[in-house]
Design a protein around this ligand. Structure first.
Ligand code: V0D
Length: 255
């Protein structure tokens, strides 16, 4: 196609702006999966896998920050994780306290802003307190956003949004004809954040598992066999370079 026609048909000015193909994703989301499998392969208890998962998280935060990612969302605890044996659930729900005790100072020094999405009220008080404190301390930071999905489930999030919106309709504050993508997005936990540009799921599972169903509508997906505790800079770079080489069209036409 001649250049003048290409320009005429270019993506510019459509609803969804074409992303900067040369840069890293603005918002990266990760399902930190494969910790239990990593431990089982080494005949270690699952808790050892979770501990190793913290090391991988610490290193990924550092790499993502150095690469210039603006928002890093990590899936730490799903609403389905309550079905696990109680000792494992209790162990998991201590990890935010443990992680923040060791890492919050450093995150704060690096100007990182901690955020959380999920059903806060369903968490034990000690977990809630630790996370709230980190959110408050780092609230004015202007660097990378580190967003923890804790007690998060996407269908429940959508149900809560529908309830809140229908309540506004019942109260006469919203007209059904006004309900659009923006109104729905603004009632989700992620209201303050742009949608993820890239989702990484390690450990070989090729599913979304009820994570950010609405928000991932146009997100590039990257699945890798490596378990989360083994996920390192090279795996992150591989995912990002694949992302760069993909053409994001948002339903438009490829030119
Ligand atoms: C276990 C691998 C950090 C995934 C990483 C409650 C499985 C280690 C946190 C964390 C978990 C959460 C909130 C916060 C600070 C830290 C965390 C959970 C599990 C579930 F403000 N790691 N981590 N939370 N794992």
């Amino acid at each position: 196609m001649p250049r003048f026609l290409r320009r005429l048909f270019s993506d510019k000015g459509t609803t969804h702006a074409k992303k900067e193909t040369s840069s890293v994703p603005c918002h990266l989301a990760i399902i930190m999966d494969g910790n239990g499998r990593w431990a089982a392969q080494r005949k270690l208890p699952r808790t050892a896998g979770h501990q190793a998962g913290i090391v991988a998280l610490r290193r990924t935060i550092k790499h993502a920050n150095e690469m210039g990612i603006s928002i890093l969302t990590v899936y730490a605890f799903s609403t389905e994780n309550w079905k696990r044996p109680k000792p494992e659930v209790d162990f998991l729900l201590r990890l935010p306290n443990e992680f923040l005790k060791s890492d919050l100072d450093n995150l704060h020094k690096k100007n990182i802003k901690v955020m959380m999405i999920g059903f806060m009220e369903g968490l034990p008080r000690h977990t809630r307190n630790a996370v709230s404190e980190a959110v408050e301390i780092t609230a004015k930071n202007t660097g990378m956003v580190l967003n923890f999905a804790l007690n998060y489930g996407s269908r429940d999030e959508i149900i809560a949004a529908v309830r809140a919106i229908t309540q506004k309709v019942a109260d006469g504050e919203v007209n059904p004809a006004q309900i659009d993508e923006q109104i729905i997005s603004s009632h989700l936990f992620t209201a303050a954040l742009p949608d993820p540009d890239l989702l990484i799921r390690p450990s070989g599972e090729i599913r979304l598992s009820n994570f950010l169903l609405w928000q991932l509508a146009y997100t590039e997906l990257w699945f890798t066999e490596v378990n989360w505790p083994d996920f390192d800079r090279e795996h992150l770079e591989e995912a990002i370079s694949a992302y760069r080489n993909r053409d994001r069209r948002f339903g438009g036409i490829k030119l």
